[in-house]
Design a protein around this ligand. Structure first.
Ligand SMILES: [Mg+2]
Length: 270
């Protein structure tokens, strides 16, 4: 379920984030937050400096760093290799806990196969459209045919509405994703916060898209820090960053500050 519009407001760009703290639990969206969006989902590039920041943050926060993405865990691992963080993938439908345990649904929604078949017919007529089968969800990318946005939106909703229920459409940037109802990034973050590595910490979540609004609302409710990456727009996030580069710089600064604090903590034995 997407955060209600009555919860959204324009974040003041001048709002300054509180200093990084060793009691944080960091939850990070991937596309558009850690890495710039690309024309094709496979063409995304990750800066080596980002891997360095994430590794350091995970060390200082005793493993309380997780990627929360619409992508499958396997793709996140490939982009961040050799780093393997906790991940909530497919909008929370699958998770890798800090212990390494993988939690996935037993079976895909029974209606999803029919949705995939119907969308495959639509994509077959236009090579600029891309259908991404993530097993438990399916995504229609129209980044290379942006003028077909309204049409794609209408077609995907028609397909989902013709099913028996239990499925919903997520609107991302140039992508429409069909997934089972009940899973979203807010639920995923709340579940991870119950894991021993994250429990008792202050959640910090950064994301860039409509699909991240549930995550912002969840960390706000938990007394955490919500950060939206990208141009100003109505959002539940309390803080904002201009773009991926600005966020990467902030992340690097947080990594350095926390590494320093972790050394101090070790020295004092607290
Ligand atoms: Mg994103």
């Amino acid at each position: 379920m997407t955060a209600g519009t009555d919860n959204l407001f324009m974040t003041d760009p001048a709002s300054v984030l509180p200093p990084a703290s060793l009691d944080w639990a960091l939850f990070l969206d991937f596309d558009g937050t850690l890495a710039p969006l690309a024309r094709h989902p496979d063409a995304v590039a990750v800066q080596p400096s980002l891997i360095h920041s994430l590794r350091g943050l995970s060390k200082s926060l005793d493993g309380a760093v997780a990627v929360v993405s619409g992508r499958p865990i396997s793709q996140i691992d490939r982009f961040l290799a050799p780093l393997r963080l906790a991940v909530a993938g497919k909008h929370g439908l699958e998770s890798r806990l800090p212990s390494g345990e993988i939690v996935t649904p037993v079976a895909a929604h029974p209606g999803l196969q029919r949705v995939k078949a119907r969308l495959a017919d639509i994509v077959a007529c236009d090579p600029r459209l891309l259908l991404e089968d993530k097993v438990h969800t399916v995504a229609l990318h129209y980044r290379q045919a942006p003028e077909r946005e309204d049409e794609c939106d209408r077609l995907v909703h028609q397909v989902v509405d013709s099913m028996d229920g239990g499925l919903q459409v997520l609107h991302g940037k140039m992508v429409l994703e069909v997934k089972p109802v009940g899973s979203n990034k807010g639920v995923a973050i709340s579940r991870l916060m119950e894991e021993p590595v994250f429990a008792g910490r202050r959640p910090v979540f950064a994301g860039d898209d409509v699909t991240d609004e549930d995550g912002f609302a969840a960390v706000n409710a938990l007394g955490g820090i919500s950060i939206r990456v990208g141009p100003a727009q109505a959002t539940a996030a309390r803080y904002c960053m201009a773009d991926v580069d600005a966020f990467a710089s902030w992340l690097a600064g947080a990594e350095a500050a926390l590494a320093h604090l972790a050394v101090e903590r070790k020295g004092t034995g607290t």
